[in-house]
Design a protein around this ligand. Sequence first.
Ligand SMILES: *Cc1c(COP(=O)(O)O)cnc(C)c1O
Length: 452
Amino acid sequence: MPIRQHKYLLDESEMPTSWYNIVPDLPAPPPPPLHPGTHEPVGPDDLAPLFPMDLILQEVSTERYIPIPDEVQDVYRLWRPSPLFRAHRLEQALGTPARIYYKYEGVSPAGSHKPNTAVPQVYYNAKAGVKKLTTETGAGQWGTALAFACSLFDVECEVWQVGASYDAKPYRRTVIETFGGTVHRSPSQLTSAGRAFAADHPGSLGIAISEAVEKAAGAADTKYALGSVLNHVLLHQTVIGEEALLQLAKAGETGADLVIGCTGGGSNFGGLAFPFLREKLAGRQNPVIRAVEPASCPSLTRGEYRYDFGDTAGFTPLMKMHTLGHDFVPDPIHAGGLRYHGMAPLISHIYELGLMEALSIEQTECFAAAVRFARTEGIVPAPEPTHALAATMREALACKESGEEKVIVTALCGHGLLDLGAYDAYLNDRMVDSGLSDADLDAALSTIPVLT
Ligand SMILES: *Cc1c(COP(=O)(O)O)cnc(C)c1O
């Protein structure tokens, strides 16, 4: 058989040395976050109790490129550059003329893209003398990534894990503890935000964020770290797309026709898509950019574009984003990382500008795609990117009908080896689709604050 190349690899010396900030390239700037009390735009000082100044400046930066500190690059090189794979066997199984590439972030220490931002966040906090970081985690990926990064820079790490995930994914807690972190089931008795709920409540990301923020705001040497949603988080993730552009060129492609990623808060999607969007806005490529969300938590496709809180208790600034309402508690689907009520303000803004599209998919279709992927490409995907894989397969099958040889690039943002309960449910016919009824949606949307 002919020799065919499966992996496109970069040398460590080819790793990007800057993060890409898409804000200055957009036709209009994103609306600013507002103070929860005054409804005036927040200034750096408002954010200082929670974040170190280096990260606040990145959050509001209008520089196109921000250099990656040497200390961060040195940690990145433990697993970066990550591989870009051509999915030859999946293409064959689908009988598609499309060429499918996937950028695999499961090679990181946490098994996902999250360390790309955990490492710089902890680095800047440590540089500012911070002794402890608090955070929330859903499926456990973000808590794992932050605990890993904290272990390298000698910072303490305290994690509130969404109750339903804490109960279902005990091994995630063990990984976090192995890296030296502490884990609490959320809602916990340790905060007033947590005590507002019954101890056996399944929890939500919104509640866990409130708990972590409350703890950080109350202690001078403690700050808070968020694993998605904010501009600086998406900024750090752009190493994914910058590498993928170089790797696609190595594969002999002149560009992508379609870029697909799953969206929880939007960070792995933005990380892959923003460098491609830069190329699109500059007229060098013309990819369609497509976000995929779960049918039970459809913030982009069914949420409203309004100012809302990032957390349930209303401690965070108001952010203009696509939201289902800050106290929306989605069904406990297996993709825990996609169960967030809102979407990154930057992604929401880009969606409103018409520069990308979005769709939602039910979880059984996603797991069917994941099993097909595992049986051809050999990787068991995390539950979250199964959404991107399902959309990729839909498109590949459409190409089979039309005969189009589209170049599809997707983010395989993590492996699922600690999410096997989800596969067990799927393989034994215990997985159900939940959707979201119009009545439940309306009730959730009615909780979004009305600004006067
Ligand atoms: C956290 C997580 C997500 C969801 O977060 P985004 O910010 O939307 O990327 C998706 N996939 C994996 C593997 C995750 O760990």
